[in-house]
Design a protein around this ligand. Structure first.
Ligand SMILES: Cc1ncc(C[n+]2csc(CCOP(=O)(O)OP(=O)(O)O)c2C)c(N)n1
Ligand code: SF4
Ligand SMILES: [Mg+2]
Length: 346
């Protein structure tokens, strides 16, 4: 029998198939928003042509924190203690600055037990893409309210939340994160563009993705349900991303579109939807987040971006090579240096 010629498999710019970017089969509930986010992360890394071996995935505890197992099966990974992923990520990236870090957390993992670590991560500008898969509840422990639940949002059993929410995006902008965005797991196009832009940013990215929990928080009365978020999504601008390896010139009207250069030469085009949204204006970003929240809406898109600020590793003068691979003569002061030091202390 003649051998049937198979069509060549589709690959990306480094010759890898999409399947290489997948992980284990998900064990989350069918329809969970977190699964849609994992799919977009797979697409983003594939389209950017990132070598999975150069990536480290980090997380805490929760349904959301289980998801790094479902993408980039060939990458490094560490599933930390509840709310403690930022310190593990900081240590890992200090020890090996050549890795690209992606952290996945939940609204409980970040906003409750992990809030102290989150605060310090945001002010350090560590080069890490930090994603909150935000469903307004503790999905893994059966749907209790989390600190991002809105006032008036109702649990399935009728309990109403009366505590004010923590807005992780407003907090991140205030604290010094240099790329702050919000999206919705149901908005494939926006989320993919944001992820690709986020992965090209050098500094802390705080990406809050509203991600409905279909089992405990997707009913009428919840402000994190698919139906509610779909109706109350208020994009601040349309995001187009041109990676550094694509030599495309985009025609745009500088009056309505802002071009932002990323550190690796990629370009972001942010088409304004409202009249005056400027994602490089910090005060306006915080005001917009608060004003939309007061109307019961979610401002989505790139809320704040500051591509030039030096990142934490630069500030600390960390070398590009993994510390574990540095030869002894580069990490141990020689006898002369030690003698000089001892003499100075006499
Ligand atoms: C130290 C500690 N305290 C409490 C818990 C119980 N616990 C596990 S996951 C979780 C909350 C998860 O919520 P979130 O981060 O929003 O993730 P989701 O499951 O909603 O994706 C809690 C309280 C734990 N595992 N460890
Ligand atoms: S319990 Fe909720 S958050 Fe957890 S997997 Fe199921 S739908 Fe997703
Ligand atoms: Mg949650």
């Amino acid at each position: 029998m003649d051998a049937v010629t198979q069509p060549p498999k589709k690959t990306n710019r480094i010759g890898l198939e999409l399947a290489t970017y997948r992980g284990s089969k998900t064990t989350l509930c069918a329809g969970c928003g977190h699964n849609a986010i994992s799919e977009r992360i797979i697409d983003a890394f594939y389209e950017l042509g990132t070598d999975p071996k150069r990536v480290i995935k980090l997380s805490g505890i929760g349904c959301s924190s289980k998801t790094p197992a479902y993408f980039l099966g060939g990458s490094h990974g560490f599933n930390a203690v509840h709310g403690r992923m930022p310190s593990v990520a900081t240590g890992a990236l200090l020890a090996n600055a050549s890795l690209q870090g992606i952290g996945v957390s939940g609204d409980g993992d970040t906003g409750a037990i992990g809030i102290g670590q989150f605060v310090h991560l945001m002010r350090r500008n560590l080069p890490l893409v930090y994603i909150i898969e935000d469903n307004g509840c503790y999905g893994l422990t059966k749907g209790q309210f989390s600190p991002t639940a809105d006032v008036g949002s109702k649990l399935k059993n009728g309990v109403v939340n009366e505590l004010p929410p923590i807005d992780t995006c407003a907090l991140a902008v205030e604290l010094g994160a240099t790329f702050v965005a919000r999206s919705f797991s149901g908005d494939k196009k926006q989320l993919l563009s944001l992820l690709k832009a986020a992965l090209s940013h050098r500094g802390t990215v705080m990406l809050d993705v509203i991600s409905p929990c279909v089992t405990f928080n997707d009913h009428e009365g919840s402000t994190k349900s698919y139906a509610y978020v779909k109706d109350h999504d208020e994009p601040v601008g349309e995001v187009s991303f041109v990676p550094f390896f694509e030599d495309i010139s985009i025609e745009y009207d500088p009056g309505t579109t802002k071009e932002v250069q990323m550190h690796d030469g990629s370009r972001l085009y942010l088409k304004k939807v409202s009249d005056d949204y400027d994602p490089t204006d910090k005060r306006n970003a915080v005001r917009t987040i608060h004003e939309t929240a007061q109307r019961g809406e979610f401002a989505t898109g790139i809320l704040y971006v500051e591509p030039e600020k030096p990142d934490f590793l630069k500030l600390l003068n960390i070398v590009d090579e993994p510390l574990a691979l540095l030869p002894t003569e580069r990490v141990r002061p020689g006898r002369e240096v030690l003698t000089e030091l001892m003499d100075s202390l006499r």
